[in-house]
Design a protein around this ligand. Structure first.
Ligand code: DGY
Length: 322
């Protein structure tokens, strides 16, 4: 019977499928342990998490046939090296689009309206009654949202923002200026504006990141970009931490070069850049974009179906290798 290594148990709908597909071992491993397990010949498939790093040296020595990542993102896996080693990589697309867009919206509202600060103020016993100028924030409706990227999650965020009365612009593949034809815009044709990366940076009231992490998007938001943003602008990141130079962000927030940041992901997750937690103009969430009961169950089901297909020797429903 095929052996499947699961590095962290996934919700029951996924574990049930895995247990029917092969012999399942659950073992949380560090990089060296993962490397030994991949090369051991014991396992045909690994069900992995974002923290499991599969780099070229590990993949070169591996005897795996597949890796099923419990996430839509797969920047923890060197897919080119996996492909060269004959290893299929699969992910869980589609099912976390709306939940992640909800968190982008949550961060926009919470930063603009000082939601967390207000909650802390009240819990600290400081609320002595309604005041004309207590905890004033900024509006969301009537302001401009700039979307870096225009994939599924960006579009779901655009849908929400339009319903809130925002103006929406996007740059599909920053920092490049790929042109999107009107017929690719579907329901958004005439409702959102296609702009260059530099215009998105300078003209957004909220700049929300929806790009995968790659060599071209690493530190896409760096000190220069932060300096070019409006002083009243708010940065939202539900994509991947390293898309932002977090040390530069702390400086920009401290100096007032931008107004606030709402973050769900961090450059060196789970560690945070020095000084970030002390800043009152931040809302910081622990990577919960997909964290609803139904979404995580559906991710588990997709992830397990991918793994079961691989152990059965067929192409998984959601492969990411070219
Ligand atoms: C993903 O799936 O890539 C998210 O970051 C976690 O659900």
């Amino acid at each position: 019977m095929s052996r499947i290594l699961v590095t962290t148990p996934i919700p029951a709908p996924g574990m049930d499928i895995l247990e029917r597909a092969g012999q399942v071992d659950v073992r949380r491993l560090d990089y060296d342990g993962l490397r030994r397990a991949s090369a051991s010949g014991h396992y045909s498939v690994i069900v992995s998490q974002l923290r499991d790093r599969f780099d070229a040296p590990l993949l070169r020595d591996s005897s795996l046939i597949g890796i099923s990542n419990y996430a839509v993102g797969f920047d923890n896996i060197d897919v080119a090296a996996a492909t060269a080693a004959g290893i299929t990589v699969a992910n869980t697309p589609g099912v976390l689009t709306d939940s992640t867009a909800d968190v982008a919206m949550l961060l926009m509202l919470a930063t603009a309206r000082r939601g967390v600060e207000s909650d802390q103020f009240l819990r600290a016993g400081s609320f002595t009654g309604w005041e004309p100028e207590l905890l004033l924030g900024s509006d969301v409706s009537g302001r401009t949202l700039g979307l870096a990227g225009f994939g599924r999650i960006a579009r779901a965020t655009a849908r929400r923002a339009l319903a809130f009365g925002m103006t929406v612009m996007f740059c599909p593949r920053p920092p490049g200026d790929r042109v999107v034809a009107d017929d690719e815009l579907g329901e958004f044709a005439g409702r959102v504006q296609h702009v260059s990366w530099s215009d998105l940076v300078t003209d957004s009231d909220f700049l929300s990141l929806h790009v995968p992490l790659s060599t071209s998007t690493h530190h896409l938001v760096n000190a220069d970009v932060l300096a070019a943003m409006q002083r009243s602008a708010i940065l939202i990141n539900t994509a991947r931490g390293p898309v932002v130079d977090e040390a530069a962000l702390v400086t920009a927030l401290r100096d007032g070069s931008i107004a606030a940041a709402g973050l769900d992901v961090y450059e060196h997750e789970p560690a945070l850049a020095t000084g970030l937690v002390e800043l009152p103009n931040t809302v910081l969430l622990p990577h919960i974009g997909s964290a609803t009961v139904s979404v995580r169950s559906e991710m588990a089901r997709l992830c397990a179906l991918n793994a079961a297909a691989m152990v059965g020797g067929v192409c998984p429903p959601h492969p990411v290798n070219p």
